[in-house]
Design a protein around this ligand. Structure first.
Ligand code: PLP
Length: 430
């Protein structure tokens, strides 16, 4: 039998260190919210491969749809001989896009590719080059998206020069004293000091900051951005790559604010583990690019589109938006009970099942505890729970269990979390 240690040794020889590993256990197989490593050890999965598995590992309906597709056609390239599943999935996404249509959808393979193409489409449509994005935002690691990603270490350092004409403004974080008015003032300052509003193609925002720490944008910010975009002819791009597909209790997080974006970038849970991403946008905007300007060899592969169609069926039939609300309440209630006892939990945040706790010293927002966060992830791993961190300061634990997780496994996972906290956190008062 292969061991985790043996694989770690081979990995160190064969794979560059630039791609990190949260845990050093090697996944062998998985089902819904459970995962087993190569040594046969079982884990509860609260990470979902970074937000990809809202419908769980290998949902039987997704697995069956991919298997059926694999028996008919695995690749043709939509640009060469198109196929129905691509069109059908575009129709389904257009029908659920947040806001009045008509909408159109184009598919790609990774999240970063979707964001890059949203920028291409926005630039082409507006004839402008400027992009406003948010500090702490994450939009990908490719050379194009790196400029939008709002965190230098470890993402941007050493890779420049990056795409020019990208400006960052603060994302509201009430816990750190940053309010909506601060973000809006910063945008006005950018328009005064750096680039005229008439040269800005798009404002790109995650309705819930993902890698940056699970801060939800207050609805007032999203409404104000919509208004600002309308006044200046700027396109509003909602990056729902991490927050989409029922995670926050709505199909898309921006729905909580009742705001309609011009373009949506989608990926991760869209296809339940098969690589697939999309840009969904207002038809007139999407059609501004002439034939040949957009695409990709594998973009919207038949296997991925079959998976995507099954995922949308599962979200609808298993009422995963409602389930996300309930899961979020259960997790947040448990975390708030822990927070009352443990001064290292500075804040618990939840929008639906997009839940996080921020680890600090002695309840102080200005004293992030990245070391404790790292130790907690490792302690949880040793006890059989896959946890993920995030946050600009690396001090946030995010909860991304499949929305299909059985109640008993959720309870089991939360108990492991508490035990792991006991292992590594400074003793609580009282
Ligand atoms: C909001 C957001 N946008 C874009 C990306 C990039 O996606 P990918 O890693 O598939 O390129 C991510 C990945 O974490 C993300 O969370």
């Amino acid at each position: 039998m292969t061991t985790n240690a043996e694989l770690a040794r081979r990995r160190a020889e064969a794979v560059p260190r630039g791609v990190g590993n949260a845990l050093t256990v090697y996944a062998d197989r998985a089902a819904n919210a459970e995962l087993w490593d190569v040594e046969g050890r079982r884990y509860i999965d609260f990470a979902s491969g970074i937000a990809v598995l809202n419908t769980g590992h290998l949902h039987p309906r997704v697995q069956a749809a991919v298997a059926a597709q694999l028996a008919r056609l695995s690749h043709a390239c939509f640009q060469v001989t198109p196929y129905e599943s691509y069109v059908a999935l575009a129709e389904r996404l257009n029908a659920i896009a947040p806001g009045p249509g008509p909408w159109k959808t184009i598919f790609f393979t990774t999240g970063a590719e979707a964001v890059e193409n949203a920028v291409k489409i926005a630039r082409h449509r507006t004839g402008r080059s400027g992009i406003v994005a948010f500090s702490g935002g994450f939009h990908g690691r490719t050379l194009g998206t790196l400029a939008l990603t709002g965190k230098v270490q470890p993402y941007k350092a050493g890779f420049g020069p990056l795409l020019p004409d990208v400006y960052h403004v603060p994302y509201p974080m009430a816990f750190h004293g940053v309010e909506v008015a601060d973000s809006l003032r910063a945008i006005e300052r950018v328009f005064k000091a750096d680039i005229a509003a008439e040269r800005v193609a798009a404002i790109v925002i995650e309705p819930v900051l993902g890698e940056g720490g699970f801060y939800a944008a207050p609805p007032a910010l999203l409404r104000a951005l919509r208004d600002l975009c309308d006044r200046h002819g700027i396109l509003l791009v909602a990056d729902e790559i991490q927050s989409g597909f029922a995670r926050t209790g709505r199909m898309f997080a921006i729905e909580h604010a009742g705001v309609a974006p011009d373009l949506l970038t989608l990926a991760k849970s869209l296809a339940g583990g098969v690589p697939l991403s999309a840009v969904t946008g207002r038809a007139g905007i999407m059609d501004s690019v002439p034939p040949g300007g957009l695409g990709g060899t594998y973009a919207g592969s038949p296997l991925a589109c079959a998976a995507g169609l099954a995922v949308l069926d599962v979200i609808r039939d298993e009422r995963l938006c409602e389930r996300a609300e309930r899961l979020g309440q259960v997790i947040a209630t448990r975390l708030r009970a822990l927070q009352a006892r443990w001064p290292c939990i500075g804040e618990v945040r939840a929008l639906g099942a997009m839940v996080a706790m921020e680890m600090v010293r002695e309840r102080r927002a200005d004293a992030p505890d990245a070391e404790l966060t790292k130790a907690l992830v490792q302690a949880a791993g040793r006890r059989g729970l896959v946890l993920l961190s995030c946050g600009v300061d690396g001090n946030v634990i995010r909860f991304l269990a499949p929305l299909t997780i059985p109640d008993a496994q959720l309870t089991e996972g939360l108990a492991i979390l508490e035990a792991a906290l006991e292992d590594v956190a400074p003793r609580p008062h009282g």
